[in-house]
Design a protein around this ligand. Structure first.
Ligand code: C2O
Ligand code: CU
Length: 527
């Protein structure tokens, strides 16, 4: 089968927003970056040349890449970085993904501006499991920033634009023109580094029909909540009086900086007098955790003959993983934690350390001392994880490059347990590479091994690749480890991922060639 190749250049470009111009890292000079359109089951090669000043890698978020971890992208997990002046050819291998996914840089903080949509259309001649929309429009939620911790003056963006609530931004505001009576598909992506977002369109209902590249039973709602890394396919019908309406998005938690709401305009075609102030949606409040969790609880897989659910009914390997922000002793001058410590983060009290050569290569070539295979199946000790006023010293993490090895085709359950260590106020969007997983359970407090599994949804749980685990609660997922390779698993809040809230799952080869990892591509980047 013929495989197309596209060429990308990672380079700096000047970018003017909020009245000032700065240099940002881009693909082909674009922010957000170029959209990729593929069809279910397709392959595509993307040759990335690094014309910037820093190391970079690219990840295809939500693409399972069967047997092909070589192209997955996370820095020092499946490859060494593409150095300035070098290039690498990725091969995007789709399997059963369909809907909206995205791609982003996966090295340090570069994904702040290096990201874009990756849209998977149905197979040629096949339709959507809903009436064909008149048009589909990507909506990329982002922020104008250079990476690193946020500046007070940063603003969130919709398709690269902060919107007309801010100075100098009116002209560029993203406008979506609609015809009365028609239905549109919004392909919404939260590419923001650290914030969960609410999204609404004034006076219009939204119907969510998919998330993370899989269809769901339609949910009609006035707002959506979308966590970093997540994507949503949302239908909207232009059935209100022809006019201009605000689309708006803002963070679902209190922020330390201003400019927390970004806007775009839904603009009906035709002749009418445009309002001087379009109606504005009534977004849920900051810290409205009920709105967050109520929305997540409504997600159910489509579960039809054409879009079946294959959730493991029994489990071979069970992991119980605590998610914490904690502190480490601090020697240099970035001691940002309490009492002269520095902030860190961990899974089961292990704070992930990036190795100096990638885990995939070390595994494939049996290179010793790069990682250890003893990531623990449960936390080192038990306490009231979600209680108030937990001592900050409760968990000082151990640092290491620890991975969990899984047998090919084994069934896996992971219960992610949020903890209130350091009085964490944030949900953690846990993301797994190489697989999507079924969200079978979701609740508050400490997971109860006796009672909580009884409430699992093993019939039509949503199939996703990212789940917002509540700080004071838990989420249970199941999947089949049917993709041999080396797969990163981490919090999609960049701050937490960079502090060590990560681990790696290695899925062993099956017995046959077709159930084993592919051979490495001829050209690998040296470390
Ligand atoms: Cu979208 Cu490992 O990330
Ligand atoms: Cu987190």
């Amino acid at each position: 089968k013929h495989i197309t190749t596209v060429d990308w250049v990672v380079k700096e470009a000047s970018y003017t927003r909020l009245c000032s111009t700065k240099k940002i890292l881009t693909v082909n000079g674009l922010f957000p970056g170029p959209a990729i359109y593929m069809r279910r089951g397709d392959r595509l090669k993307v040759n990335v040349r690094n014309a910037g000043e820093y190391n970079v890698t690219i990840h295809w978020h939500g693409v399972k890449q069967p047997r092909n971890p070589w192209s997955d992208g996370p820095n020092y997990v499946t490859q060494c970085p593409i150095k300035p002046g070098a290039n690498f050819t990725y091969e995007i291998v789709l399997s059963n993904e369909e809907g909206t996914l995205w791609w982003h840089a996966h090295s340090d903080w570069s994904r702040a501006t290096v990201h874009g949509p990756l849209i998977v259309l149905p197979k040629l001649g096949k339709g959507f499991p809903f009436a064909k929309p008149h048009k589909a429009v990507p909506i990329v939620l982002g922020r104008c920033e250079n990476g690193g911790e946020p500046n007070k003056s940063d603003a969130f963006t919709i398709n690269g634009q902060p919107g007309d609530l801010y100075n100098c931004s009116k002209e560029g505001t993203f406008k979506m023109v609609v015809d009365y009576g028609k239905t549109y598909l919004l392909r919404i992506i939260n590419s923001i580094m650290n914030e969960e977002m609410f999204f609404m369109v004034a006076n219009h209902n939204l119907t969510v029909v998919g998330t993370d590249g899989a269809y769901i039973k339609p949910i009609t709602t006035s707002y959506i909540m979308i966590t970093p890394g997540q994507t949503m396919d949302v239908l909207i019908t232009a059935n209100q009086s022809p006019s201009h309406y605000y689309m708006a998005s803002r963070a679902s938690a209190e922020l330390v900086y201003d400019n927390t709401t970004t806007t775009a305009i839904l603009q009906y075609s035709g002749n009418y007098t445009a309002p001087s102030t379009p109606s504005f949606p009534n977004l849920p409040n900051f810290t409205d955790t009920d709105s967050v969790t109520n929305f997540t609880r409504r997600l159910k897989a489509l579960a039809t003959k054409d879009y079946p659910v294959d959730v493991p009914q029994s489990v071979d390997t069970r992991l119980y993983i605590t998610i914490s922000v904690n502190t480490l002793p601090c020697a240099n001058n970035s001691c940002d934690g309490p009492n002269g410590t520095r902030l860190s983060a961990s899974l089961n009290n292990i704070s992930f350390v990036e190795p100096s050569i990638d885990v995939l290569q070390a595994y494939y070539r049996s290179i010793q001392h790069v990682y250890e295979s003893d990531f623990p199946n449960e936390p080192p000790y038990y306490f009231n994880f979600t209680g108030d006023n937990l001592a900050n010293t409760l968990l000082t993490p151990e640092q290491g490059t620890k991975v969990k090895v899984l047998d090919y085709n084994s069934t896996v359950e992971i219960v992610f347990q949020g903890t209130n260590v350091l009085n964490g106020a944030e949900n953690h969007p846990m993301h797994l590479h190489g697989h999507s997983f079924y969200l079978v359970g979701y609740g508050f407090g400490n997971f109860n091994n006796e009672t909580d599994p009884k409430s699992y949804n093993l019939v039509d749980p949503p199939e996703v690749n990212t789940i917002g685990v509540p700080t004071k609660g838990w989420a249970a997922i199941r999947f089949r480890a049917d993709n041999p390779g080396v797969w990163f698993m981490h919090c999609h809040l960049e701050r937490h991922a960079s502090w060590g809230m990560d681990t790696v799952l290695i899925v062993k080869n099956g017995r046959t060639l077709s159930t084993s990892m592919r051979r490495p591509p001829r050209q690998l980047n040296p470390c």
